[in-house]
Design a protein around this ligand. Structure first.
Ligand code: 13P
Length: 250
């Protein structure tokens, strides 16, 4: 059985006070969380200590939204994977489309970050996804396969045995426009097929999450698809009741 996960990506949101209330409610409501059904939270670096304080020792996993491509040294403003792991984190998102579009994260840089996360024992959540223009041009499969192959080329297909992939169509992120379950399933099956061509056993155990306007009202239908193993949740992860309802749909 593949692990199933619902992971919140808070993006650039939060304060110590609002986080405390949100996290407390998550801990109280996460009775369904287990190693097989993971509930996770990825917060800004500044709040990793707070995540450790509130979530340490609970069933909720936590992590960062990025890691530096460098290990240490004169890189002002960077936060290394080892520093993230030092706070008890288990997860690290890499290659989110916002970082690819706004902060210069190329396929090659994302692959380096993926390796940095794995090297310190974090589970990288590798995001892939096409823009609206790419979808309309019929390039969805070419784009997501290029993004995935960059990691396979750098670290080998076996590296995916300790990773999670998140398919997040850029046009569905924060827009309220969710990919239909069939649209998402088609891309998930394609991605699993790309991995299966190289290693069938890694492909069958790889969790592939869907992200993009997942809500309590559409999560169950998405998660019921054969190759959708959970979700990466933006806006709805900031409201405990919504986030927990999505988690219960696993
Ligand atoms: P929304 O759920 O707000 O659309 O964001 C999705 C996302 O980017 C998660 O990483």
């Amino acid at each position: 059985m593949r692990q199933r996960l619902v992971v919140g990506n808070w993006k650039l949101n939060g304060s110590r006070a609002t986080n405390a209330a949100l996290l407390r409610a998550c801990v109280e409501g996460a009775d369904f969380a287990s190693p097989a059904k993971v509930l996770g939270v990825c917060a800004p670096f500044a709040y990793l200590a707070q995540l450790q304080e509130v979530l340490g020792g609970t069933a909720i996993q936590y992590g960062s939204q990025d890691v530096s491509r460098f290990a240490s040294g004169a890189f002002t403003g960077e936060v290394s994977a080892a520093m993230v792991a030092d706070f008890g984190c288990r997860l690290a998102i890499v290659g989110h489309s916002e970082r690819r579009a706004l902060f210069g994260d190329t396929d090659e840089i994302v692959a380096i970050k993926f390796g940095m996360a794995q090297a310190v024992g974090l589970t990288p959540i590798l995001c892939v996804g096409e823009s609206l223009a790419e979808r309309e041009a019929g390039d969805t499969e070419a784009v997501v396969s290029r993004q995935l192959q960059a990691v396979i080329a750098a670290h080998g297909v076996k590296s995916l045995a300790k990773a999670v992939v998140a398919y997040e169509p850029v046009w569905a992120i924060g827009t309220g426009k969710t990919a239909s379950p069939a649209q998402a399933q088609a891309v998930h099956a394609f991605l699993r097929g790309v991995v299966a061509e190289q290693d069938a056993s890694v492909a069958s155990s790889l969790p592939i999450l869907y992200g993009g306007s997942v809500k309590a009202s559409n999560a169950a239908e998405l998660f019921a698809q054969a190759d959708i193993d959970g979700g990466l949740i933006g806006g709805a992860s900031l409201v405990a009741e919504d986030f927990l309802a999505i988690g219960r749909s696993l």
